[in-house]
Ligand binder design. Structure first.
Ligand code: NAD
Ligand code: UFG
Length: 337
């Protein structure tokens, strides 16, 4: 199987490339390196003892992308390429719609041209907005409050229309909950360019002494300890979810456009996460409780039953393992790649 991975040099993409290579797939990465370092792929090759076909390019260049797809005889695509900072999407919405929405349209055109019609898309639990019910199932209503979330929801709608118009298309839409952790080797992991927005890389940098202390955004939520609750999923579990989705697309079971939650089903509060990280690292994590962050929900965790049943996939690793692996990556690579 020849798999194109857009955005494959990034955090989730590199872990997915590794799992695919370990299963003997042929992996071809197309990435403009706008938020990644090609060193991640060198290390993936080292870990897998196998090669990745890499091309530095932007998915919005439909001509180049089409020729990459046809010259490598691609069978299916996993589409990670996109921008993911909620804050930046608020200040520069055009950049987000152009990259995430126009980029996906360019990819769909290139795939049509090359008659490749199997696609796995990286969506996000952000499309559920403020959930009415917990855990969240795929049938829950969708809504978004920022251009990043809106770009994911727009792409989901485009993909559903594409599959409706042409029954040859098979599309698995994966809604990730909170990806965290790193490969257990400590060789590849998350490498934020600036001060991290997400909690796990922030806590790692506090533990290693790069940042002074964590600000906990809100201690008065209607949750067991007052802090925000999320469904943290180990990046290796998440990567394996993509393999399960590709197997599903290659089976007779696959039909049109289907959404799947990729989460553990378990909610973890900010205070519980800090405790788990302190245990994993042996370091103290100083924190202050400050005002809530605008746009945050109190609690968000998945009902992963559909992915368990239909994809035959289940998250295996808990928050302790996530913290141990995040810490190993942080200690081994204090300045990233
Ligand atoms: P990442 O930034 O590490 O990886 C994205 C990759 O895409 C990067 O290597 C970047 O260089 C590349 N890229 C961006 N725009 C491109 C373009 N126009 N052409 C070619 N390459 C381009 O992010 P990640 O955390 O690995 O996320 C991967 C996907 O999963 C994204 O679509 C993101 O929105 C989605 N997602 C991430 C999270 C999360 O918390 N990490 C949660 C939900 C969904
Ligand atoms: N938090 C803090 N302090 C920080 C950072 C975060 O207290 O410095 C708290 C947040 O308030 C929240 C929890 O930690 O309660 C998790 O926050 P993250 O920023 O790590 O993650 P989010 O749930 O806000 O969002 C993430 C991605 C989104 C994605 C969403 C669902 O950033 O892109 O998960 O997948 F859409």
């Amino acid at each position: 199987m020849n798999v194109l991975i857009t955005g494959g040099a990034g955090y989730i993409g590199s872990h997915t490339c590794l799992e695919l290579l370990l299963k003997k797939a042929n992996v071809f990465v197309y990435d403009n390196l706008s938020n990644s370092n090609v060193k991640s792929l060198v290390l993936v090759e080292e870990l897998a003892r196998n090669k990745v076909g890499f091309y530095k390019g932007d998915i919005r260049n439909c001509y180049e992308l089409s020729s990459f797809i046809s010259s490598n005889m691609i069978d299916c695509v996993v589409h990670f390429a996109g921008l993911k900072s909620v804050g930046e999407s608020n200040s520069d919405p055009v950049k987000y719609y152009d990259n995430n929405v126009s980029g996906t349209i360019s990819l769909l055109k290139a795939m049509e041209r090359c008659k490749v019609k199997k696609l796995v898309f990286s969506s996000s639990a952000t499309v559920y907005g403020t959930p009415n019910e917990l855990p969240i199932s795929e049938a829950a209503p969708t809504s978004t409050i920022n251009p990043y979330g809106q770009s994911k929801l727009l792409v989901e709608k485009i993909l559903a229309d594409v599959a409706k118009a042409d029954s040859d298309w098979k599309i698995a839409n994966l809604r990730y909950f909170n990806p965290a952790g790193a490969h257990p080797s400590g060789l590849i992991g998350e490498d934020p360019k600036d001060i991290p927005n997400n909690i796990m890389p922030y806590v790692s940098q506090v533990a290693v002494g790069k940042l002074e202390k964590l600000s906990i955004f809100g201690g008065d939520y209607n949750t067991p300890d007052g802090t925000g609750v999320r469904d943290y999923i180990h990046v290796t579990d998440l990567a394996k979810g993509h393999l399960a989705a590709l197997n599903y697309l290659n089976s007779s079971q696959a039909c049109g456009f289907s959404s799947f939650n990729l989460g553990t089903g378990k909610g973890v509060s900010v205070l519980e996460l800090i405790k788990a990280f302190e245990k994993a690292s042996g370091k103290n994590i100083p924190f202050d409780i400050v005002a809530r962050r605008q746009g945050d929900v109190a609690a968000c965790y998945a009902d992963p039953t559909k992915a368990n049943k239909v994809l035959g996939w289940k998250a295996e690793l808990d928050i302790e393992r996530i913290c141990q692996d995040a810490w190993r990556w942080q200690v081994n690579n204090p300045t990233g790649y």
